[in-house]
Design a protein around this ligand. Structure first.
Ligand SMILES: Nc1ncnc2c1ncn2[C@@H]1O[C@H](COP(=O)(O)OP(=O)(O)OP(=O)(O)O)[C@@H](O)[C@H]1O
Ligand SMILES: [Mg+2]
Length: 368
């Protein structure tokens, strides 16, 4: 088809909304033509939060939520078509990440589950939909995550600079792109990015996130609490590794905070921001980075960016915006690209990143 248009749909662990990007993919070029984010209604958000932990009636509720989210994902894609006056016939495929409900990369029976029924998306948009990207990588022995590094490599690999692509979502993940083309890409989750800060400001001030990191910036970083937060086996693991909010969650945080009952609330928030940054800079300290390119919602947290520059003074820190790519839609764009790979019978995973035994074509195709 002439237009080479794809749509990427993504809802991350922060539950802030469904991101949709209309993307033109031409060779190694990715151009985001337009994008939008549809908020998750409170009822659906609560249902996702309920289902991420084992509970009674969970299969019944999961089946319902799968359909509800499928409809909302379809609606989001249709809204983007309408906004951009794009006909469904112009779009080759939708790549839908779905919503992660469980991610067990290291369990004996390793498994991961993303929902938002792609049958509904294909039916209600009239566009072929690719979904369920992670499980084929797991079937090939990988962790099913992260999947965005292959796309980061296409977009950002540079011949002169060692780059780090840092995505600050609910969880933080990095992609290390060495200037030397002979060095394979590395990518892994470093730990929490926004999820614990969102949780703490929600509990203390009933807000969904710390706008610009203003509250965190008003507090003081307590070194002892920061060290205590960093004391977790996950940070010692070598890649490949991936994690999620099943592990770094309210329960994990409550246990940590229990040992420091008298810290002021804003100091706790400052520590959580410092924890996010330190867990990233510690894990990549061996890597001779020249530049960090930041994307994901956390790029809007000035306190986080300030700490990043403080902890890595020799490294240039830029938003992906500096490269013409809206930092809020890189993940959605990556899933548009992964859909193209699948439609063209090309693999989407990087075995050196996920730990899979081989490259595989990811996802299931739901035809229009
Ligand atoms: N203006 C802002 N100031 C501070 N933080 C912000 C701002 N805007 C967004 N954020 C943070 O970014 C989060 C959303 O980021 P994003 O959508 O990249 O994460 P996600 O949906 O969880 O994706 P992932 O799958 O990568 O974890 C919000 O929950 C919030 O914590
Ligand atoms: Mg999001």
């Amino acid at each position: 088809m002439a237009d080479d248009l794809y749509i990427g749909l993504m809802s991350g662990t922060s539950l802030d909304g469904i991101d949709a990007a209309l993307v033109q993919l031409n060779g190694d070029q990715a151009t985001v033509l337009d994008s939008l984010c549809v908020s998750l209604p409170v009822q659906l958000k609560d249902e996702i939060k309920f289902l991420v932990n084992p509970a009674e009636q969970e299969i019944n509720r999961l089946m319902t939520l799968d359909i509800q989210l499928g409809k909302l994902f379809a609606q989001t894609a249709n809204q983007l078509l309408e906004k951009t006056a794009t006909k469904k016939e112009q779009v080759i495929a939708i790549g839908s990440h779905g919503q992660t409900i469980r991610h067990w990369p290291t369990a004996e029976h390793a498994s991961t589950l993303q929902i938002a029924d792609p049958n509904i998306i294909a039916e209600q948009t009239g566009i072929t939909t690719v979904a369920d990207f992670r499980r084929r990588d797991m079937a090939a022995g990988g962790q099913g995550a992260p999947l965005v590094p292959a796309f980061h490599e296409k977009l950002f690999r540079d011949k002169t600079k060692n780059r780090v692509i840092l995505n600050l979502g609910g969880i933080a993940n990095v992609t290390l792109l060495a200037a030397d083309p002979g060095i394979p890409v590395t990518g892994f989750d470093t730990g929490p990015a926004n999820t614990l800060m969102n949780h703490w400001i929600g509990q203390q001030q009933n807000k969904s996130y710390d706008e610009n990191g203003k509250w965190a910036a008003s507090g003081k970083v307590d070194d002892a609490f920061l060290t205590h937060l960093l004391d977790d086996d996950y940070f010692q693991l070598s890649p490949p590794k991936s994690t999620g909010t099943e592990y770094f969650n309210a329960h994990w945080f409550a246990q940590k905070l229990g040992a420091f009952p008298s810290l002021a609330a804003e100091d706790v928030q400052a520590c959580l921001a410092a924890f996010t940054v330190k867990s990233i800079t510690d894990t990549i300290s061996h890597y001779p980075a020249d530049e960090i390119i930041v994307c994901g919602g956390g790029v809007h947290n000035s306190f986080i960016l300030q700490l990043l520059k403080e902890y890595m003074p020799a490294v240039t820190v830029n938003s992906s915006e500096a490269y013409g790519l809206n930092p809020d839609y890189i993940e959605a764009t990556a899933f548009a690209w992964l859909a193209k790979q699948t439609m063209e019978h090309k693999p989407g995973n990087l075995p050196e990143v996920t730990g899979a035994k081989r490259k595989v074509i990811l996802g299931g195709i739901y035809y229009k």
